[in-house]
Write a protein that binds this ligand. Structure first.
Ligand code: GBH
Length: 442
């Protein structure tokens, strides 16, 4: 019997857990970055987040009521190996052990992510992702977690959206660790992330476990009456955003990065690309929106510029709502990589939107429309031959949205951050009904 399509929600440790200095957890780069004046909108603090570290059981009950058969969450490296390498914190492992047991008891398949941007600060102090040793430390941490949970968890995601962590965290400085490196050093970070994935995948596979890599993918749109310069910019953006972390794992080679003026990716040693090549048993796709790419302004320092997609609805974050872009992404991967492509999982999709809270009811019609449109877009991709095995809504509970603090609400469940009261929104009921209809046994 083939395994059932996975219907789930997705979350990340730093965005929900809180309890940042409890039970032996050490600071991550996000703890330190969030304390910088001006780093987080209105100075919102991640200290409590959704208090999931204490309320995990209530959150598992919500998943049960939602009727999902899968749950994507992330494991906080600084809880498990507080200094990044070396001593293991048993209390940290115990937390995820209890969570996994509770999920499995309810028939919910756990899909953990090993790195969702919360690098132990001790490793950052030793060079972070600019240091090759960080990749090795990631593999050692992966082995520790896999040894503890591998009897109940068969499928793992190594990294979440390495391109976003690379660009926002190491080039633009708007995410932790807040670095603004030049292009070659940013590409060195990319290589060490890829190497970390490859080494971790080897650890997982040697234990009979599957390794997935999750990327943020955004199909490129050209402006009307595009010039050759616009199209060249689109190709450069596509190479950087969509292919930098996908080509090497599927084809063993980097995309053409010549537009970035760097002859080769720094830090690549002999054998690295062989290790990385073919290192995935699945590709996770986080899809939010397409990108309009234009020729750069002179002297911008980048070979592309980003424009604004108009004529479509936008989310509360201002992101354009274009469900067909998800079909295009899934079918595009299928066409581009052919037989080298493993199964696909939509590991994140969702939106922030206005919530009206009234008499204990939270109405969010825009989120319902967003989800219906994007689930239909997955159906369309499967009809066109894309091998999609799961769909995960970002996210279960309104949470700490990185530099936006608590301003953007992506949850199916409303969270009052003063009281931690959880209230399922109308979209919760709608997603529950969609799942129920599609998983009903005839
Ligand atoms: C994901 O990142 C993260 O994995 C997750 O932690 C986060 O909470 C969630 O999404 C929601 O943000 O400028 O209009 O073209 C998403 C990465 C990068 C996707 C910025 C949308 C730009 C939109 N995002 N991108 S636009």
């Amino acid at each position: 019997m083939s395994s059932p399509f996975l219907w789930g929600t997705a979350s990340a440790a730093f965005q929900v857990e809180g309890a940042l200095s409890e039970d032996g957890r050490a600071p991550s780069v996000w703890d330190v970055f969030a304390a910088r004046p001006g780093a987080i909108r209105d100075g919102h603090s991640p200290a409590a987040a959704c208090d999931h570290y204490h309320r995990w059981s209530e959150d598992v009950d919500l998943l049960d009521r939602l009727g999902v058969n899968a749950y994507r969450f992330s494991i906080a490296w600084p809880r498990v190996v507080p200094r990044g390498s070396g001593a293991v914190n048993k209390a940290g492992l115990d937390f995820y052990d209890r969570l996994v047991d509770a999920l499995v008891e309810r028939g919910i398949t756990p899909l953990p992510t090993l790195f969702h941007w919360d690098l132990p600060q001790a490793l950052e102090d030793a060079g972070g992702w600019l240091a090759r040793d960080t990749s090795k430390a990631f593999a050692d941490y992966t082995a520790v977690v896999a040894d503890r949970l591998g009897d109940r968890v068969g499928r793992w995601i190594t990294l979440n959206e390495p391109v976003v962590h690379m660009a926002y965290g190491h080039a633009f400085g708007i995410h932790a660790p807040g670095r603004t490196l030049d292009v070659p050093e940013v590409l060195r970070v990319a290589h060490h992330l890829l190497l970390a994935h490859g080494l971790a995948a080897a650890e997982l596979r040697s234990r009979g476990l599957e390794a997935l890599l999750t990327n943020n993918l955004s199909p490129v749109r050209a402006p009307e009456h595009a010039t050759d310069a616009d199209l060249a910019a689109g190709a450069a953006y596509d190479a950087l955003h969509n292919r930098l972390f996908t080509d090497p794992v599927l084809t063993g080679a980097h995309p053409d990065l010549s537009a970035f003026g760097v002859p080769e990716v720094p830090g690549v040693r002999e054998g690295d690309l062989d290790l990385i090549s073919g290192s995935v048993d699945g590709i996770g796709v986080n899809y939010y929106n397409p990108s309009l790419v234009l020729a750069p302004e002179e002297g911008s320092g980048l070979p592309f510029a980003l424009g604004e997609i108009t004529g479509v609805p936008t989310t509360a974050f201002g992101w354009p709502v274009v469900p067909e872009g998800l079909t295009e992404t899934l079918v595009g991967l299928t066409d581009r990589y052919g037989s080298a492509l493993p199964p696909l999982y939509v590991t994140e999709n969702g939106c922030s939107c206005r919530d009206e809270v009234e008499d204990g009811r939270v109405t969010d019609p825009e989120r319902i429309a967003y989800l219906e449109g994007h689930i239909a877009a997955v159906d369309a991709a499967r009809e066109r031959g894309a091998d999609v095995r799961g769909y995960f809504v970002w996210t279960l509970t309104d949470n700490f949205e990185w530099a936006e603090g608590y301003h953007q609400r992506f949850g199916l469940v409303h969270v009052d951050h003063a009281t931690q009261t959880r209230t399922p929104k109308d979209s919760f009921a709608r997603y529950r009904d969609i799942i129920a209809a599609r998983t009903a046994v005839p």
